[in-house]
Design a protein. Structure first.
Lengths: 76, 682
């Protein structure tokens, strides 16, 4: 499922990033890589705030739809 | 690597600071160089190039602070600058500043540099924060696995700096082999094939060939361009089709595999060299708690408004008395020097040039230094504390209605200080569409140079409502910016979209040193502007006011008066058709604050006399119409210059200059004629 569909407080693991080179590159730069655990801190209409490792990242809904996550089976 | 090392004296070392944003890179730069720094521009772009000097024992170090970047992917102008410098620049050692408590992401950049063969020292900065989190890093192990030296520092407290300098000096001539990551058989085989083709085609050995091969396999556009330049299109096509053919058979896109392998390598490095408490529970830290309030759905925008309001209150309450002192100083200096010159028998013409022209003119500009100083102090605190990115988050909802995203709000805030850095701040936006729209609307943010015009008029014509009048102009600027952003979004860039993704760094207490250095840079730039552009304008006005020879200073018969008369009819429907008002607007394009100076000259009045002159020459309605004109019309030359160099386009520069004039005319027309209709004209 896309990251955008998770609720506040939920945790999931990144499966893949779909989208063009720029989208993928920008997300990878900020640590969005497959296997990474991600937690939703805020999701209220506007952009999301997620925790990925120790980082907090704000990302727009459009971007959040390009991050495909899975609620089970995290590597780390 | 660093194959471009040019010959330097034995005791000279050239180092570059590179690293992720929020890794403490700028703090490190300030710590290393102290006040011995200056800001220039990278050739061709207006990205700031910060350079400084440091010394260690008998070595002299030249330090360059590269823009913060997450990778060598180069998605914005900032990142392109950093990447170009790192690939082809002239340096001895790179200090790769790493946020110790955020190793995996920071190492992603480090690994890319090492693969390229950059000679670097891995600087584990913010070591204290990592310690607090219970993160223990085995430096020797890390150094061994990465094949580079590792130094631990806390730049904000000066810890480890001496050791870092020692290491830097020792490593200045070192040339380490590039890091090799095993990309798995499929890709490794392909790398060997590409490498042999590159050799066959005599591809340059000025850059690491394995790195180039990996980049080509990733379809990196810059690498492809380089290849085409080096070996020609037909040979480049052979390599490209080899890669494309192989990728079709592969399970996944090659760039995905390469990214995964890089992270796999990093995870392995971290597993072996770092121990940290189990991470399962994701403890909520202080920043998260603050964020719960600051980015709250309902509280976010009110808090943002209060912050903005406080900044203005702070700037103007503290700044205004200081402005008074500076004004008094220049008036006194003008009077004193004037009488001195008269006493020495200097001709009245030269005496007037010095007192009215130079001292009066430049003085009228320098009086804003306190405001600019305080505004940039406040902006610096917002940036360094981490609030700025939250403001961008909070404003995203509003901005996205205009087709922009939250990040575009930062240049607008900076624009209140001065539109030149405001326009320059747009370079952190990575979509061209966002940049252009943000640049086009930036001049609508009422910069501090326009304030004196408001203050003089409001004081003269609306003595009881001066504050409200000034505030309404700021608000009008914002409203117009909102409307125009919507319009540009509709007509210029239909359908294009951008991606909002932004790191929210942990909140930090800004360091005094960092904030002051930041502020000083901006104020220094303003003083330089006052000293050059504004000085020349002041001289020009004075000359035009005295020609043709023998004419009464700044009278209707002078050149300035004649020119004013020529264009005055254009402003008649707006309520201020006098040649004096017209010529002040013309000179205002050279620098907005000059409007006041020009009016002072053409009404041949001093500071106090100007108020009286305005009261007799403007009705309140005409004055307000004039102020909307000053707020909205064509930005000053310095801003237009910044727009030209940021957009690299005369088209956008001219679009900005002309649409703003038309907009200003229309709004002033509506204000004046509308006001007349409802009977405010009396």
């Amino acid at each position: 499922m896309p990251l955008a569909m998770l609720r506040v407080g939920e945790t999931a693991c990144i499966k893949e990033i779909v989208g063009g080179r720029t989208v993928k590159g920008k997300l990878t730069d900020l640590g969005f890589v497959s296997g990474k655990k991600i937690k939703i801190h805020r999701s209220s209409g506007g952009p999301l705030i997620v925790a990925i490792g120790d980082n907090r990242v704000a990302l727009g809904r459009g971007m959040a739809h390009k991050v495909i996550v899975d609620k089970e089976g995290c590597e780390n | 690597m660093a194959l471009n090392k040019s010959k330097r004296k034995n005791n000279e070392v050239k180092i570059a600071l590179a690293g992720n944003p929020n890794s403490g890179k700028t703090t490190m730069f300030n710590e290393l160089t102290g006040s011995r720094q200056h800001v220039g521009n990278w050739p061709g772009v207006t990205v700031e190039k910060k350079m400084g000097r440091a010394s260690y024992q008998n070595y002299s170090l030249e330090v360059i602070d590269l823009p913060g970047t997450y990778s060598l992917g180069a998605y914005s102008d900032d990142e392109v600058v950093a990447r170009d410098f790192l690939t082809t620049g002239d340096y001895d050692v790179v200090l790769n500043i790493i946020n110790s408590s955020n190793l995996d992401r920071n190492l992603y950049f480090t690994v890319q540099l090492l693969e390229m063969g950059v000679d670097l020292i891995a600087v584990l900065n913010m070591a204290d924060e990592a310690e607090k989190k219970g993160i223990k890093i085995n430096k020797n192990k890390l150094a061994k696995m990465l094949g580079t030296s590792v130094v631990e520092t806390v730049a904000s407290r000066g810890r480890g700096i001496d050791k870092l300098l020692k290491e830097t000096v020792q490593n200045r001539d070192l040339s380490e082999a590039a890091l090799k990551i095993d990309y798995g058989r499929e890709i490794e085989d392909l790398i060997s094939e590409v490498l042999s083709m590159l050799r066959e085609f005599n591809f340059t050995d000025q850059i690491n060939q394995r790195w180039a091969a990996v980049k080509l396999i990733e379809h990196d556009p810059e690498a492809v361009k380089l290849l085409e330049r080096e070996v020609g299109a037909s040979k480049a096509k052979k390599i490209k089709s080899l890669i494309a053919g192989r990728e079709l058979k592969a399970e996944d896109d090659f760039d995905n595999i390469i990214i995964d392998k890089k992270y796999e390598f990093i995870n392995q490095v971290i597993a072996e060299s770092v121990s940290r408490p189990a991470f399962d529970q994701e403890p909520e830290n202080i920043s998260d708690k603050i964020d719960k309030v600051i980015t709250n759905k309902y509280l976010g925008i009110p808090i943002f408004m209060v912050v903005m309001w406080s900044i203005f209150k702070f700037t103007f309450t503290l700044g205004d008395p200081l402005i008074g002192y500076i004004e008094t100083f220049f008036e006194a200096a003008g009077g004193w020097i004037g009488s001195l010159l008269a006493g020495a028998g200097v001709s009245p013409l030269i005496s007037s040039f010095i007192t009215d022209g130079i001292i009066g003119g430049v003085g009228s500009v320098l009086v804003f230094i306190p405001n600019i100083f305080l505004l940039f102090l406040a902006i610096g605190i917002l940036e360094d504390s981490g609030y700025m990115s939250r403001a961008a988050y909070v404003m995203d909802k509003v901005m996205s209605k205009l087709g922009l995203h939250g990040k575009s709000f930062i240049p607008m805030i900076v624009g209140f200080g001065c539109n030149v850095p405001g326009v320059m701040a747009t370079r952190t936006l990575d979509s061209k569409r966002d940049r252009i729209i943000s640049i086009l609307i930036n001049p609508l943010m009422s910069c501090s140079a326009r304030l004196p015009v408001y203050v003089v008029f409001a004081g003269a014509l609306f003595p009881n409502h001066a504050g409200t009048v000034v505030f309404s102009l700021y608000a009008l600027g914002i409203v117009m910016a909102v409307i125009m952003a919507g319009v540009f979004n509709k007509i210029l860039f239909k359908g294009e979209r951008s991606h909002f993704v932004m790191e929210l760094p942990p909140y930090r207490i800004p360091t005094l040193k960092g904030v002051f250095i930041h502020m000083w840079e901006k104020v220094g730039a303003f003083i330089k502007k006052a000293g050059t552009i504004i000085f020349s304008v002041v001289v020009l006005i004075w000359v035009l006011a005295n020609l043709p020879l023998g004419v009464e200073y700044a009278s209707a018969e002078s050149l300035i008066g004649q020119f004013g008369q020529l264009i005055a009819p254009l402003f008649k429907p707006l309520g201020f058709g006098s040649w004096q008002a017209a010529s002040s607007l013309v000179f205002g394009i050279l620098a907005k604050e000059v409007v006041v100076g020009t009016l002072g000259v053409v009404y041949a009045a001093g500071e106090g006399g100007l108020r009286a002159a305005l009261t007799t020459n403007f009705s309140p309605l005409a004055a307000y119409s004039f102020l909307t004109m000053v707020l909205l019309y064509t930005p000053c030359i310095a801003t237009l210059g910044a727009i030209k160099s940021e957009t690299q386009s005369w088209k956008w520069t001219l679009v900005t200059a002309s649409y703003l004039f038309v907009l200003a005319w229309i709004v002033a027309f509506v204000v004046y004629q509308g006001g007349m209709l409802i009977g405010l004209g009396a």
